[in-house]
Design a protein. Structure first.
Lengths: 314, 570
């Protein structure tokens, strides 16, 4: 198993390299000037050119790429142009809200998705099945920001139950923290939950029609035991994959939600970095998201072996 | 996979910003129906923002409740500097994270608006936007405006307790001369800047420079301790020590910038006068919270998450007036907006006749309405300076709002225009920009001009506009309450690339002059040259909408907001 993990990690290196180079080149082909944005609308061309020189932005692209890459090999992601601090530090500062949001949104997705999927599968073809799948369909089709704005309007502006925006760290109090996370977590988790519900339902239906389920029922096991010990355990593997990917997607996809709810996380940082053409910062965040994907995929594969004793990695 | 689409959509959304979102919301509403949606739509209206993080604010004498109606404030009102109560944390929703907390380094308005609570200059501006001593106690021009002697107020202290001396002033202004565009420009006239004694400095100019206080009244000419100025000679400050009524506490990017009251601050005697006069800090703390989404700023204000929010949607004005405990300010004077021509040789618009043709064609009101929605939110006048300033003139007024297609066609023919597409840079990041461009395009096409409207994001636009061969027209805004000499387009390297010998002569004379009547004559002539040379199509002055909880008192309605002299009523 250790050898397998090591091999997978080594295989991740070329993936990260490709991501790094592609991001760098794409960004540098995009028009736009970080310095012009930094120095403000009234800055003169000389001022802009002077700072571009200082920052090395006037060097040829291959020189900039080489410089960035040398830094990368030393673990240095460079300096954010706009925030005037190391990229690693800028990302680490925003990691907590995004991680918390992703975890809570995943929880919302699992709590909505898995039970709904199971119930729909058990009640296949009945009203509950149709009803829940219709809701799931709507959930999948609903744009995140649209749901977010509606939730803000109903629960924050009209009912005044929850605050409409912002982030408070745990240190400022659990409720202060959670009250600001509920709406964004539901916004982000609902769509994934709907997706998960459909996925769980279809996997459960597949497993329910397997021979071993019939055998289990034939030997007189109670229905809950059949479902929990046999069907669910076997159905979990694809569901775990989806849950894992959901988490990765949420990490990268919290962009809109963070913007709508004014949460100072990695997603909002990415949007702003793109709008300001803060090249090193965009590169750093994209690399981080790629790394999260790679690691989560690896984690899922390892989890398979625990869930399904038949799977063994040599 | 769905979520990949979602991430893509996220980026698209961010790039297209709120205007599109409103459209999307409308279409979703059309699809789904539903009563709550109508109000939601109202709450997510389009925005009107300035470029580059620009924002300015304006306290009014007393917070008038929204229901009372917020009429455009024509002139600055004196705000009572005394009578408030100390305490409280003021939460201010600002349009985004400032690029730096150093106004000498960046020209972004959001930076100067935050930092002038911490940093002060030798002068500031009074209710008519003219210079007024701040850290300076007195000043005297000598030798036909070729020498300026400034005496500092005694006993002013930096936030770290050290006294402000002539050495600090010289070091700060040296940094200003190296880092700020305006500072560089101003210092081309400075032959010597010397210390006379600990509280007196002496400028010696190459030529008469009566305008010096105007430059020294800007936030970029701030005074900081000598060691700090010398530690950051050509880069943005990493420490924030000034003399202002509030002190730096912390900056958590995208969370907040927090300033606390400077209890040792000694205000000037007398009343407040514009940005000048007595400045009294009342709040324990001011928290500037970056909220880039306009709808969120509005929602946060309504739900009491913020005490003050800038650049609210003008479209939501009526909805806000219905809210209890909410005050509104439609701020004028503010920015004027117009289309800059690329006057460099690389552009087709270097042809004066062609520029004059386009100028003759346009009718301003529909364009202004497209940008600012209602006639209460804009003003139409020709001068580059607002009526509340001493620089407002009628110079060249005959060229404004000509709406004369016949004359335009005639001029177009004389210009030899061959129907080549005129490349117009526009952005939807600022809705006024795109909306005004659409109407202008329509009017110009009616006389036979071919307009190639290129829509891009702001970062691309600012990059493109600096390339002389890449564009012909773009729209932007400029402070209408600023001394004309300080307008960025007076600099030949600023996009627009306006060079004009007569203008240079006038600027030169304006730089030297201190006589008010003479200054008025010169700015009238400057306005005239600006129009005759068809430097740009100035369209209108547009207002900005700000809101606040009515417990906030002492807030004056000036174009740049500030929160000294403001307090919470119990």
């Amino acid at each position: 198993m250790t050898a397998y993990i090591l091999r997978r990690l080594i295989m991740a290196v070329p993936v990260m390299l490709i991501v790094a180079v592609t991001t760098f080149l794409l960004l540098h082909m995009t028009p736009g000037d970080p310095v012009a944005v930094l120095l403000g609308p009234d800055a003169t061309t000389e001022q802009i050119e002077q700072l571009r020189d200082q920052l090395g932005l006037n060097d040829p692209v291959h020189v900039q790429l080489a410089r960035w890459f040398t830094g990368l090999l030393r673990g240095d992601l460079g300096q954010s142009i706009f925030l005037n601090k190391p990229v690693t530090e800028a990302i680490l500062e925003r990691l907590a809200p995004t991680l918390e949001l992703s975890i809570l949104a995943s929880l919302v997705a699992i709590l909505i998705g898995v039970p709904t999927g199971i119930l729909a599968a058990i009640r296949q073809g009945r009203l509950l099945d149709f009803g829940s799948m219709l809701v799931a369909m709507v959930g999948i089709s609903m744009p995140t920001f649209w749901l977010g704005l509606n939730l803000i309007f109903i629960f924050a502006v009209s009912l005044r139950w929850l605050p409409p925006q912002g982030y408070q760290p745990f240190q400022d109090g659990l409720w202060e923290n959670l009250s600001r996370m509920i709406l964004p977590a539901v916004t982000l988790g609902a769509g994934q939950g709907a997706f998960l519900a459909r996925m769980t339902r279809s996997v459960m239906l597949d497993v329910l029609s397997e021979d071993f389920v019939r055998t289990a029922r034939a030997k007189g096991l109670s229905e809950p035991r059949v479902l929990l010990a046999h069907v669910l355990r076997n159905g979990l593997i694809p569901v775990v994959t989806v849950v894992g990917l959901t988490f990765a997607i949420l990490m990268g996809g919290a962009v809109v939600t963070e913007q709508v709810f004014n949460i100072p996380g990695v997603g909002r940082l990415l949007i702003q970095a793109v709008l300001r053409r803060d090249f090193p910062l965009v590169q750093g965040i994209v690399l981080l998201i790629a790394l999260v994907y790679v690691l989560i995929n690896l984690g899922i594969d390892i989890l398979y072996a625990f869930l399904d004793p038949r799977i063994r990695y040599a | 996979m769905r979520s990949h689409d979602e991430a893509q959509r996220a980026l698209m959304l961010a790039l297209q910003r709120r205007l599109d979102r409103r459209l999307l919301l409308r279409s979703s509403a059309a699809l789904l129906g539903g009563g709550a949606l109508a109000s939601l739509l109202a709450a997510c209206g389009g925005e009107t923002t300035e470029e580059g993080g620009g924002a300015s604010g304006t306290p009014a004498t007393s917070a008038s409740p929204a229901a009372g109606g917020a009429s455009p404030t024509a002139a600055a009102q004196p705000s009572p500097a005394t009578g408030g109560q100390k305490g409280g944390v003021l939460r201010v929703a600002i349009i985004g994270e400032p690029p730096a907390l150093d106004p000498t380094f960046t020209t972004a308005t959001i930076t100067s608006n935050i930092t002038w609570h911490m940093f002060e200059s030798l002068f500031t501006r009074d209710a008519s936007f003219s210079p007024k001593p701040m850290l300076a106690e007195s000043f005297e021009f000598q030798n036909d405006n070729k020498v300026l002697v400034i005496t500092l107020r005694p006993n002013i202290k930096f936030h770290d307790g050290r006294p402000v001396t002539a050495d600090d002033v010289i070091a700060s202004l040296t940094r200003y001369s190296q880092l700020s565009g305006r500072g560089k420009n101003f210092f081309t006239r400075v032959a010597n800047l010397d210390k006379v004694d600990d509280t007196t400095v002496r400028f010696e100019f190459n030529e008469p420079t009566g305008i010096a206080p105007v430059f020294l009244a800007q936030v970029d000419a701030m005074i900081i301790p000598k060691d700090l100025a010398e530690a950051y000679p050509d880069k943005e400050l990493g420490e924030y020590i000034g003399t202002g009524p509030f002190k730096f506490k912390e900056r958590l990017p995208d969370r907040h910038i927090s300033l606390v009251r400077n209890d040792d601050y000694v205000p000037l005697e007398g009343a407040a006068d514009g940005y000048g006069g007595a400045r009294v800090p009342y709040f324990d703390e001011i928290r500037f919270i970056p909220v880039p989404e306009q709808a969120v700023r509005g929602d946060g204000l309504v739900t009491d998450e913020f005490d003050f929010a800038e650049q609210l949607s003008l479209d939501n004005y009526d909805a806000f007036t219905a809210e209890p405990d909410l005050g509104l300010q439609v701020t004028l004077p503010y920015y004027f907006y117009g289309a800059h021509f690329n006057k460099s040789q690389e552009s087709i618009m270097s042809n004066l006749k062609l520029r004059q043709a386009l100028l003759a064609a346009v009718e301003m009101d529909p364009i202004a309405k497209a940008g600012f929605s209602r006639s209460e939110f804009y003003r139409l006048y020709s001068s580059m300076s607002a009526p509340e300033t001493p620089w407002h003139t009628e110079g060249g007024a005959e060229y404004y709002d000509q709406k004369n297609p016949e004359k335009a066609k005639q001029l177009l023919q004389e210009s030899g225009y061959d129907g080549r597409p005129i490349r117009w840079l526009s952005t939807k990041e600022y809705s006024y920009n795109y909306n005004m461009a659409l109407v202008l395009k329509q009017q110009l096409e009616a006389i036979g001009a071919v307009i190639d409207l290129q829509v891009m994001d702001w970062a691309t636009l600012v990059k493109t506009r600096s390339q002389r061969d890449a564009w012909d027209i773009f729209i932007t805004g400029h402070e209408s309450y600023q001394h004309p000499v300080l307008q960025p387009y007076m600099n030949e390297t600023w996009p627009g690339f306006w060079s004009n010998a007569r203008r240079d002569e006038l600027l030169q004379q304006l730089m030297g002059e201190t006589d008010e009547a003479k200054i008025k004559e010169l700015v009238t002539e400057l306005d005239k040259v600006w129009w005759e040379d068809a430097a740009m199509i100035k369209v209108c002055e547009g207002a900005t909408l700000r809101g606040y909880r009515t417990r906030l008192k002492g807030y004056a309605n000036l174009p740049d907001w500030f929160f000294w002299n403001c307090w919470f009523e119990e």
